[in-house]
Write a protein that binds this ligand. Structure first.
Ligand SMILES: NC(=O)c1ccc[n+]([C@@H]2O[C@H](COP(=O)([O-])OP(=O)(O)OC[C@H]3O[C@@H](n4cnc5c(N)ncnc54)[C@H](OP(=O)(O)O)[C@@H]3O)[C@@H](O)[C@H]2O)c1
Length: 301
């Protein structure tokens, strides 16, 4: 009879204390702030705008799951936000991998017990003309911007439906009209607009919010890199500093967009100019781009 028992090596280790035997309970959520009691995932939040959006959501009372692919940098960001007194957890996950996105969502549920907000921010950008690009590089950039938003959303959707939650796709003003040397990036960002629109129609009446934020020129972390035509990481093209918003300014606008459950937010006067010219005078818009391409080629490259 004893022979039919599993060998002790196959048994789970005995709990060292009664507490270790209990399943982990979600942490209590902050009780103050506009997002008190809400839990958010911000993808690609180990750096840049994602990190500042996570910080701004925390400052407004949310608990936030941070995400990125570099464990060390992600942990550093988690520690910075935790040291500021914010409730944060972190999950290393490549958001173009669906199984990793399931783990990301499971982290929010395990740590905080619910999920209310998804900010699909992770993205890889490029500095490469289409004719020069290796096909795999095009795919990598497109995947990060399309499946990098679709997969976290697909994994999170049942929980966001349950909480009548909010989904924000982080896009760019370059998705409004296209941008030379940004073919895969612009195509991926533009796809998010149509995805959001379609999901609004499919899920009408469920109470879930789908919005898109078109970001303009923003200050970058010094170590931000984009891909060149061969897939090598390179610094991004120079932008005049006076044209750039700070990451904190952009994060505050994203948080306002979520709070107001807006369908579309276009950041900056230049963004609105592009949107209006593209809609009402598209040939004028193209003339401006083609002229600046000839005169300021390094602006795009
Ligand atoms: N900065 C601007 O001027 C500007 C303008 C328009 C739009 N935007 C948009 O704003 C968002 C944030 O941009 P940013 O300037 O803050 O760029 P960033 O500093 O490069 O941040 C992007 C983040 O996404 C992460 N990431 C990339 N691919 C990922 C993947 N597959 N899985 C998980 N994480 C991934 C990156 O971390 P790892 O690579 O280490 O994983 C990084 O933390 C992006 O959607 C971007 O397109 C920015």
């Amino acid at each position: 009879m004893f022979d039919s028992q599993p060998a002790s090596a196959d048994l789970p280790p005995a709990p060292s204390s009664p507490a270790a035997a209990l399943p982990q309970l979600p942490q209590p959520l902050p009780r103050t702030g506009q997002f008190a009691g809400r839990v958010a995932i911000v993808t690609g939040s180990e750096s840049g705008i994602g990190r500042e959006t996570a910080r701004a959501l925390c400052a407004a009372g949310a608990a936030v799951v941070l995400n990125g692919r570099q464990a060390e940098r992600l942990e550093l960001t988690r520690q910075q936000l935790a040291a500021a007194g914010y409730l944060v957890a972190a999950c290393v996950a490549d958001v173009t991998d669906y199984a990793a996105c399931e783990t990301l969502v499971a982290t929010a549920l395990r740590e905080f017990g619910r999920l209310d907000i998804l900010v699909a921010n992770a993205s890889i950008s490029q500095r490469a003309y289409f004719a020069d690009m290796q096909p795999d590089v095009f795919r990598q950039v497109l995947d990060s911007n399309v499946y990098g938003a679709v997969f976290p959303l697909k994994a999170a959707l049942p929980h966001l439906l349950a909480s009548r939650g909010s989904v924000t796709f982080i896009s760019s003003i370059s998705a409004l009209n296209g941008m030379p040397s940004g073919s895969a990036y612009c195509a991926g960002k533009a796809a998010l607009t149509n995805l959001a629109h379609t999901l609004r129609l499919e899920l009408d009446g469920t109470g879930i919010h789908f919005g898109v934020v078109h970001i303009g020129f923003t200050q970058n972390d010094d170590d931000k890199r984009v891909l060149d035509a061969q897939g090598q990481p390179v610094p991004i093209a120079h932008r005049p500093p006076r044209w750039q918003k700070t990451q904190a300014e952009v994060a505050a606008i994203i948080v306002k967009h979520i709070r107001r459950r807006r369908q579309r937010t276009v950041i900056s006067a230049l963004g609105w100019l592009i949107a209006i010219v593209h809609t009402y005078a598209p040939r004028l818009g193209d003339w401006v781009v083609l002229t600046t391409m000839r005169r300021m080629r390094n602006f795009y490259e």
